[in-house]
Design a binder for this molecule. Structure first.
Ligand code: HT9
Ligand code: FE2
Length: 365
């Protein structure tokens, strides 16, 4: 089986040698981006929400979350730390490629990074997108961002960019998340540990979006594998959602983490680990929506909440990324995955993670 891009590859082909003969000559970390000072907050949020059916009130409410932390999201720093860790890890697996970094919503912005790559003579790059699961937001929208950034360059200068596969069922992703949840369980008094609940959280998305992708299936599989590794029986863990956006009348994935914590408290639970399995780092959605909002709710209802860390720059997560990069740039047939589904595709099929049709807006305008 060939892993070279096919006719279904949505990234534009460029003039030059046939793509299968073009070696990768760079890695491009692709992420969400976040503000790095108070003046960045509103323009950043306007970038995130341009063209999206999200009310202005929601934007202003989320601006307050960022202001609460001085207008600085930790996400850009976390990307820098990840790149600093990935550089030696790539060398370790024998891949000697430069790493570039570009964001969807805040500086360094993808179009600037990709212009720099073209200036540096890069011909083909592997995009490592910081989303572990497939959805329009985490997959296709990033491919669209890459494509429009490339569109700003002439065909003779635009590098070919391919997206790396998702790793939701990679054994190291499972192991590192299990280790993090295990650490959090260790912070619960021993006599209550075996009855503690585990709430895995992921970013909510509109139900219409989730029907077009494998987001829920992949998340459920990851949670199942992590729980299995820790010996947590089925009734003691749940996959729940956080950070709902959009219009109140549009259905989004639930239950919401706070509602869930209230329910398990009412059922008699005294302790809960909340683990942000949907993210790779403790960025704003984690430190505000979990450490402030969910934590406050737990103090109110008398539930001991322990928030476990996302993978961050755990050495085994970093070496997993290096392994996956090596796998793709060498077209290795060894593609590790555990559980029910096997390794995810290298090249997105034509209907991968489509944008759902917009619901008709209600009222006049
Ligand atoms: C699936 C998914 C991921 C996980 C995959 C991935 O990691 O990419 C993710 C990650 C993130 N989401 C983030 C922040 C925000 N997401 C928003 C809005 C939205 N997210 C959505 C989905 C996702 N989002 C959706 C469907 C919307 C509605 C608007 C739209 O249809 O696009 C808004 C607008 C305000 C609001 O309404 O909340 C903000 C500020 C940050 C950065 C945090 C920081 O600054 O540290 C990160 C990593
Ligand atoms: Fe988001």
């Amino acid at each position: 089986m060939s892993h070279a891009p096919t006719a279904t590859d949505p990234t534009p082909a460029v003039a030059g040698p046939p793509v299968e003969d073009l070696p990768f000559d760079a890695v491009l970390l692709v992420s969400f981006g976040g503000p790095e000072g108070p003046d960045d907050v509103i323009p950043f949020l306007e970038n995130v929400l341009r063209g999206k059916p999200v009310p202005r009130e929601r934007l202003l409410e989320v601006a307050e979350h960022y202001r609460h932390f001085g207008g600085v999201s930790p996400i850009n720093r976390q990307c820098r730390e990840l790149i600093d860790a990935l550089r030696p890890a790539l060398k370790e697996v024998g891949v000697d490629l430069p790493i570039y970094w570009g964001n969807r919503n805040w500086h360094p912005m993808l179009p600037d990074t990709i212009r720099q790559m073209a200036d540096d003579g890069i011909r083909r790059a592997l995009a490592v997108v910081t989303s572990s699961y497939s959805s329009y937001s985490g997959c296709r929208q990033y491919r669209e961002n890459l494509q429009s950034a490339l569109g700003g360059l002439g065909d003779d200068r635009a590098p070919l960019i391919n997206k790396m596969r998702v790793w939701y069922n990679h054994p190291d992703w499972i192991a590192v998340n299990a280790e993090r949840v295990g650490d959090a369980l260790g912070r619960i008094p021993a006599d209550r540990r075996d009855s503690a609940r585990v709430a895995f959280t992921a970013h909510s998305i509109p139900e219409s979006m989730s029907r077009n992708c494998n987001y829920v299936t992949q998340l459920t599989e990851t949670c199942r594998l992590v729980a299995e590794e820790l010996g947590i029986p089925e009734g003691r863990w749940s996959l729940v959602y956080q950070s709902r956006s959009g219009r109140p009348q549009d259905p989004w994935l639930g239950p919401d983490v706070v509602d869930h914590l209230e329910v398990i408290r009412a059922e008699g639970a005294t302790d809960a680990v909340v683990h942000p399995i949907g993210f790779i780092s403790d960025h704003m959605e984690v430190i505000f929506d979990l450490d402030e909002e969910a934590k406050d709710a737990c103090s109110r209802i008398g539930l001991n909440m322990v928030r476990s860390a996302s993978v961050g720059t755990h050495p085994r997560f970093v070496s997993m990324l290096a392994e996956l990069i090596r796998e793709r740039v060498t077209a290795s047939p060894e593609r590790r995955a555990v559980g029910r589904f096997g390794p995810s595709h290298d090249v997105c099929p034509i209907n991968c993670c489509l944008l759902p049709a917009r619901p008709p807006s209600s009222g006049a305008g």
